[in-house]
Design a protein around this ligand. Structure first.
Ligand code: GLU
Length: 281
């Protein structure tokens, strides 16, 4: 009698352990497969079949933008607001998709972090001085071009560097990780050592501290830096084409179509020109 009770208890423990293990397994699976609907908000059921639907269900657009790039996306330290051309465009996209430009959450990205954050599902899209390239098209989809820039050089006034031809093994070039600028400069001035930074604020600080002879990226971004400190100027014109696009996760056709339609409407209504002139005139 005692023996069978012991056996029964053993069997019960075994069954309970199996149930517990199975439960843990399911939990782990759920965690491992959070398919990104954007916003890093994995709470609630994910019934939406595509990114556009998920945005509408959430009633908020989660956009990856720069926080340190004057004229495009810069966090104003006194107000805490992020301001710039990319920000104004992103707000108009929120207005077009959700009917209200304040239905937006701005998430900081850098050139290096933007594609991983998008593909992880932390953001719905990237509006962050991002050039459309064939290489990037393998990982994300782009809208139509919404801004045209070109790579240039920023130097301290009076610098012997006046164009890309002046770069050589003795001139250090400062650039930002994950940008097209680093690849382009290595291709076009292969002799020149390149020092890479996490973001544009760090790179400009390094230039001012004399850690390099020139900073290279898009003329549009360098113009913002030159306007901040008039000891610095752009030289040598542009030596690449940098057409900016808004990036979404690959295969999100509905979202991409909605964004292209919104951009078209912004051009037709004149709102795009208003925003452009507000930042670049
Ligand atoms: N437009 C270039 C790029 O997409 C440089 C600016 C940036 O780093 O965002 O890489």
């Amino acid at each position: 009698m005692l023996k069978s009770k012991k056996l029964f208890m053993l069997a019960l423990t075994a069954i309970l352990s199996i149930i517990l293990l199975a439960a843990c397994g399911t939990k782990k699976n759920e965690e491992g497969s959070t398919s990104g609907s954007g916003g890093g908000d994995s709470s609630g059921s994910q019934t939406s079949s595509n990114a556009l639907e998920a945005i509408k269900e959430r009633d908020k657009l989660v956009v990856g933008v720069k926080f340190d790039t004057k004229l495009f996306g810069l966090k104003n330290p006194s107000s805490g607001e992020v301001e710039g051309f990319d920000i104004d465009i992103a707000k108009q996209l929120a207005k077009s998709i959700l009917g209200d430009e304040s239905k937006i959450e701005l998430v900081e990205v850098t050139s290096k972090t933007r594609m991983p954050l998008l593909n992880k599902g932390d953001i719905d899209m990237i509006v962050a001085t991002m050039t459309i390239t064939e290489e990037r098209k393998k990982e994300v989809d782009f809208t139509d071009v919404y801004f045209e820039a070109g790579q240039s050089l920023l130097v301290k006034k009076g610098s012997p560097i006046q164009s890309i031809e002046d770069l050589n093994s003795k001139t250090t070039v400062l650039a930002v990780k994950g940008s097209t600028s680093t690849d382009n400069i290595r291709e076009k001035a292969p002799e020149a050592p390149v020092l890479e930074f996490e973001n544009y604020a760090e790179a400009f600080t390094a230039l001012k501290a004399g850690q390099g002879d020139t900073l290279t990226t898009d003329n549009s971004i360098l113009l913002g830096m030159a306007s901040e400190d008039n000891n610095y100027e752009l030289v040598g014109g542009t030596f690449t084409d940098e057409p900016y696009g808004i990036a979404v996760k690959k295969g999100e056709t509905e979202l991409l179509d909605a964004l292209n339609a919104a951009l078209k409407e912004l051009h037709e209504s004149g709102e795009f020109d208003n925003i452009y002139n507000n930042w670049f005139d």
